[in-house]
Design a protein around this ligand. Structure first.
Ligand SMILES: NC(=O)c1ccc[n+]([C@@H]2O[C@H](COP(=O)([O-])OP(=O)(O)OC[C@H]3O[C@@H](n4cnc5c(N)ncnc54)[C@H](OP(=O)(O)O)[C@@H]3O)[C@@H](O)[C@H]2O)c1
Length: 263
């Protein structure tokens, strides 16, 4: 029997949080999946996603390295990618001068270098075929200077900007680029960034990653430029657009300074 041809979605950072939910939405929609993340949990994610009936291939790989991204490209193996959700990312709290350089660099290499290298490879094929959808997980953090999360916010400012630039470059094609801009979301993100003692990290009212992913997935399917997930975050994004950078930096200090969660 010949298998029906199913569309293919590639999702990075699909082992947990927003990325797992994005992959689940694609699986429910009938996509085959290629998923990647850095730790063994990606294999458990694969089992969870296989229940939707499609083919799921997982890769445990460090996407902060060119070699790691090359492994993912090799697994894709020239197949037509219908959807790319470039979501893998890592945060890092504390003052910049108190951060370990290797950790700060890992944030830049994962969020920026690995992400745009993967996008360049996959999007070239999409442009050649004149078809494809790309969703980049940026952040509202990219709209404000991130005191005590400076490198992370800078990396997301890069992605928010990059997303709209690539979108414009592809405007005469049928390849769309959308940017998902979540606000604080209830995932492993803050624990991994060592920010649980901060006001934002300790906030009990963070968004549900399933809701955030759905907002992004829908925006991608409609070919929208960006989506800020959640009303409160939409308001914060609108205010950020008309607020001086120095004021935003001070506001960010209040929510991200170590110990601010104990006040
Ligand atoms: N949570 C928030 O408040 C928030 C807000 C705005 C934007 N975001 C963005 O949303 C995205 C998903 O984060 P999340 O909140 O869902 O946190 P999460 O649960 O920690 O998910 C992060 C995902 O990225 C993967 N990843 C990180 N570094 C990687 C690397 N070097 N190589 C391969 N995979 C890597 C992780 O895999 P491993 O577990 O295997 O490392 C995991 O699957 C990130 O880009 C983050 O910046 C999050």
């Amino acid at each position: 029997m010949i298998d029906a041809i199913r569309p293919l979605a590639v999702v990075t950072g699909a082992s947990s949080g927003i990325g797992y939910e994005l992959a689940r939405l694609a699986a429910e929609d009938g996509y085959d999946l290629v998923i990647a993340a850095d730790e063994p949990a990606i294999v458990e994610a694969q089992s969870g996603l296989e229940q939707y009936g499609g083919r799921v291939e997982s890769l445990q790989v460090d996407l902060s390295t060119i070699e790691g991204v090359d492994q993912l490209i090799a697994l894709i193996g020239g197949r037509q990618v219908d959807v790319l959700m470039a979501n893998a990312g890592r945060g890092l709290g504390h003052g910049f001068l108190d951060q370990d350089w290797a950790e700060a660099r890992f944030v830049i290499d994962t969020n920026v270098t690995g992400t745009v290298y993967l996008i360049q490879n996959v999007a070239r094929d999409m442009r050649d075929r004149d078809r494809g959808r790309i969703l980049i997980t940026g952040s509202i953090a990219g709209l404000m200077p991130g005191s005590f999360q400076a490198v992370y916010n800078g990396s997301k400012a890069f992605l928010d900007s990059f997303s709209f630039a690539l979108r414009n470059e592809l405007k005469d094609t049928n390849v769309t680029v959308s940017c998902l801009m979540p606000g604080p979301t209830d995932t492993a993100f803050f624990a991994r960034a060592d920010m649980l003692d901060t006001k934002v990290g300790a906030d009990p009212n963070k968004a549900d990653p399933a809701d955030v992913a759905l907002a992004g997935y829908r925006a991608m399917n409609k070919g929208e430029g960006d989506v800020v997930a959640g009303f409160k975050n939409k308001l914060q994004a609108a205010i950020a657009a008309v607020t001086p950078q120095s004021v935003l930096a001070q506001q960010h200090r209040k929510m991200a300074e170590p110990g601010s969660g104990d006040l």
